[in-house]
Design a protein around this ligand. Structure first.
Ligand code: KG4
Ligand code: ZN
Length: 341
């Protein structure tokens, strides 16, 4: 029945993607527009915050209009406006927050601020209509590595997080070190296909006082040391072997932590999310592990793994149903913690 349909227009601009989407009842994706700035930032070897903000300003109106057009809707059809308000780059976040506030104010619609990681987790709801909490979720992106117990909609218990570099950040840094450029994740994945994952014995990073926590900067240093040593000895470094061995070490670490949490908390559902979750080798490893343990495995399509607004619309629906609304004082919070308001 159409009266039961909650249509949310969602906006995402926390990093280098300007995105808008229309999502109905948190699961039904009606449009998903993503304007990526990756080619622009590639020139500088990484995201330049000032350029990101400026590009968001240039593109956001058009992206929002496109999302409404693609959904065949006007603002009058929309029940609420959702926007990522943190964490992320402050200048980038501000563009989306200002846009969402302006639209919500002008059209007299409720406004809902969404946590970016809650968005990544909720990306799983769109293509897995049967997925409901509780489940375990591994969020692996350029800015975050979180192992999260999704207790209920909007209720999260963080079991582990990175102490230093995020998994995606490690992919980006190692890619730069071996001359593959930005963004590192997809380039390492491609190079790794030609390499031997056992060529170099990188040790799996461990954190002594937090079994579920991650630390990837030591692994990055191991790779850099290996390259420096090889160069000093005049040996040729195989990009493909370094990529494959590094990738395998990251995957083994992520799998091991997920498996320990599945055992300890007796989880029967496991989901992955975030840009790194689009890595096919990582997916295959997680799927194998879940099969072996009799655990249901969920993952979003690659386009819903990297930053997008559809996931923000999915998360916002459950916030909306829980009665959450934000005021005109909603602001960008670059260091927003999951579960904090
Ligand atoms: O989720 P996302 O788009 O942005 C953040 O919220 O950070 O994630 C971007 C990160 C980048 O570090 C990128 O290198 C990584 O995800 N990534 C990948 C792959 N595709 C993107 N890492 C490994 N394999 C991939 N195929
Ligand atoms: Zn993200």
């Amino acid at each position: 029945m159409s009266s039961e349909e909650i249509k949310i227009l969602a906006i995402e601009s926390s990093c280098d993607e300007t995105a808008a989407a229309v999502v109905v009842n948190g699961r039904d994706l009606r449009s998903n527009v993503i304007s990526t700035q990756i080619p622009l930032h590639t020139l500088y070897g990484g995201v330049v915050p000032e350029i990101a903000s400026r590009k968001h300003i240039e593109r956001i109106n058009q992206v929002v209009e496109q999302a409404l057009d693609d959904a065949d809707m006007g603002l009058e059809d929309i029940d609420a406006i959702a926007v990522t308000y943190g964490p992320g780059l402050v200048g980038a976040l501000l563009v989306g927050v200002a846009e969402a506030k302006a639209i919500a104010f002008a059209a007299n619609k409720p406004l809902i601020g969404v946590h970016h990681i809650e968005g990544h987790i909720s990306a799983n709801y769109i293509e897995n209509k049967d997925l409901k909490p509780p489940f375990l979720c591994l969020v692996v992106s350029g800015g975050h590595t979180h192992l999260v117990r999704v207790v209920d909609y909007g209720q999260y218990e963080i079991l582990g997080r990175t102490r230093d570099d995020a998994a995606g950040e490690a992919f980006d840094k190692v890619a730069r070190a071996i001359g593959l450029g930005y963004p590192g994740g997809p380039k390492i994945e491609k190079a790794a296909k030609e390499g031997n994952p056992e060529a170099m014995a990188f040790t799996r990073p461990k954190v002594s006082d937090g079994i579920y926590d991650f630390s990837f900067s030591g692994l990055k240093s191991q790779v850099l040391n290996y390259i420096n040593m090889a160069q000093m000895k005049g040996e040729k470094v195989s990009q493909a072997d370094v990529a494959a061995s590094f990738q395998q070490t990251v995957i083994d670490t992520l799998c091991l932590h997920a498996e320990m949490a599945i055992d300890e908390f007796k989880m029967d559902k496991f989901a992955i999310a975030g840009g790194v979750a689009s890595n096919q080798t990582l997916r295959a490893a997680m799927e194998d592990m879940c099969k072996r343990k009799g655990v249901e495995f969920y993952h979003p399509s690659p386009i819903l793994c990297t930053d997008n607004a559809a996931m923000i619309g999915a998360a916002a629906y459950y916030e909306y149903m829980a009665g959450r609304r934000d005021g005109w004082d909603l602001n960008a919070v670059p260091n927003l913690k999951l579960g904090e308001r």
